[in-house]
Design a protein around this ligand. Structure first.
Ligand code: SF4
Ligand SMILES: [Zn+2]
Length: 134
């Protein structure tokens, strides 16, 4: 596991001081339960940006070694944040702010045009099934 140089619970003013450290480093079976609590505490943290910046720069040197929540972001979200934004989705639609939404649970960007096309295709499949059944 990557050990960040920053001793986060001892960072002056850190909101996680005194909270159970396992909230930020949950065992796999506890991820779903603990992550929202850790993120909520990070959301009130006055040193959140410094924490995130530190994690991002430490992890940039070890991209495959990301664990835990820092600066209110999961390892997966920090991976996305560190990735240069692609100009288009895999179907070639622009990845602009207008054409994407951020999925709250994962922090990933989703293409709105693809989402609409998928919904339309699902409706058409459902209609075709109904017509076949009728
Ligand atoms: S952002 Fe979260 S993990 Fe980082 S110091 Fe603040 S409470 Fe702790
Ligand atoms: Zn798309």
């Amino acid at each position: 596991m990557l050990t960040l140089n920053l001793d986060l619970p001892n960072l002056p003013g850190a909101a996680c001081v005194g909270a159970p450290p396992e909230l930020w480093h949950p065992a796999p079976r506890d991820v779903t339960e603990y992550t929202p609590t850790a993120k909520a505490i990070c959301g009130t943290c006055p040193v959140r940006q410094a924490c995130l910046d530190h994690a991002m720069s430490a992890e940039a040197a070890h991209p495959t070694d990301r664990h835990g929540i820092y600066g209110g972001m999961t390892a997966e979200q920090r991976t996305d944040l560190g990735r240069p934004p692609a100009d288009t989705c895999r179907n070639g639609h622009p990845r602009t702010d207008e054409n994407t939404t951020i999925v709250a649970s994962t922090g990933r960007r989703r293409c709105r045009t693809c989402k609409k096309a998928n919904a339309r295709a699902n409706r058409e499949r459902a209609r075709a099934r109904e017509e076949t059944a009728a």
